[in-house]
Design a protein. Structure first.
Length: 316
């Protein structure tokens, strides 16, 4: 597993030492992680995919050329291995270790090359991840290009609906009327629907999930997406008020029915007697947002009914 992580909250807690959420198992297998910029993370991840695919193709070529040296049976087992699940990947790793043992000590140029590339005979996934500031705004152009390319990559969007790492500024993921920095009077436009936009390509697996709402659906989406050899968008929402869905284009191709499955949102219960509520104006009182002045200006405007009745302010 290779991870291309856009700059943001996830890159901070993902790359902060001496602790890290990325780990390896007892055999030393784990993700390779690297951080990129806001504006080019999707392209950065595609570079991972292209590199892995090239090295895997070259390793396969060398293995076919060295079948007689390493053993035809072992070579054929590696070439025809089923790597669609964890058990299959584990068996392939064992075969690759056996291959390395046979190549060890050989001075043949092709054997040395294959020894260096043998690990690429085990299937690797590439994950491109970041927040909504990257996926919706600054890096959206590159992300859209990657989704349209049809390349075998996985995209994980951690949607907090604001630029969380820099203090909570409005993004295109921010819902309409929500108060945030640079949206002190409430965001004037609706939330951009990244998942539905990705679905228009028809060959992209899309899941919009919230682990706090349904960990089962989140896990199901991850399992379903494993067999997709096309782009995957796993859109993770932190809030619970947005609808969740999954769209698997393989269902329509195989069964002739829609691959779209929606989960109804559970309405949130308001706090009793208004307890715990905070008005937008109260929140603005604590804000240093320069757009707060727009709210003050709006308050000074006459009511529409007053204008119609001729009670508006005198024209200058």
């Amino acid at each position: 597993m290779l991870v291309a992580n856009a700059t943001g909250c996830s890159s901070i807690y993902g790359g902060n030492l001496p602790t890290t959420p990325w780990a390896k198992d007892a055999q030393g297998h784990g993700p390779a992680w690297c951080n990129s910029l806001f504006e080019d993370n999707a392209e950065f991840g595609v570079g991972f995919r292209m590199s892995v695919d090239y090295k895997a193709k070259e390793a396969l070529r060398l293995l076919k050329a060295l079948q007689d040296t390493v053993g035809v049976e072992l070579a054929q087992q590696i070439l025809g291995a089923d790597q669609s699940n964890e058990a299959g990947l584990a068996e392939q790793r064992k075969r690759v270790e056996a291959l390395k043992a046979k190549l060890k000590g050989s001075n043949a140029p092709e054997a040395i090359q294959l020894m260096q590339m043998a690990d690429y005979l085990v299937k690797k996934s590439v994950w491109i991840m970041g927040g909504d500031g990257w996926a919706y705004d600054i890096g959206y152009g590159g992300l859209d290009h990657v989704l349209g390319s049809g390349m075998n990559v996985n995209v994980l969007v951690l949607d907090t609906e604001v630029y969380s790492n820099t203090g909570g500024q409005m993004s295109k993921s921010t819902p309409k009327s929500a108060v945030a920095k640079f949206a002190a009077i409430g965001k004037q436009n609706v939330k951009k629907d990244l998942g539905l936009m990705a679905m228009t390509y028809r060959n992209v697996y899309v899941a919009r999930v919230a682990m706090g709402y349904s960990d089962a659906q989140t896990l199901r989406a991850m399992v379903e997406s494993r067999g997709v050899q096309r782009p995957v968008v796993d859109h993770r929402l932190q809030p619970l008020h947005q609808p969740r869905h999954r769209h698997d284009q393989r269902t329509q191709a195989a069964e002739g029915r829609s691959g779209f499955r929606a989960m109804a949102a559970v309405p949130l219960q308001p706090p009793a007697s208004g307890e715990g509520r905070e008005s937008s104006e109260a929140r603005l009182g604590r804000s240093e947002d320069p757009s707060q002045g727009l709210l003050d200006e709006r308050k000074s405007l006459p009511d529409v009914g007053d204008v119609q009745a001729g009670r508006g302010r005198e024209a200058p």
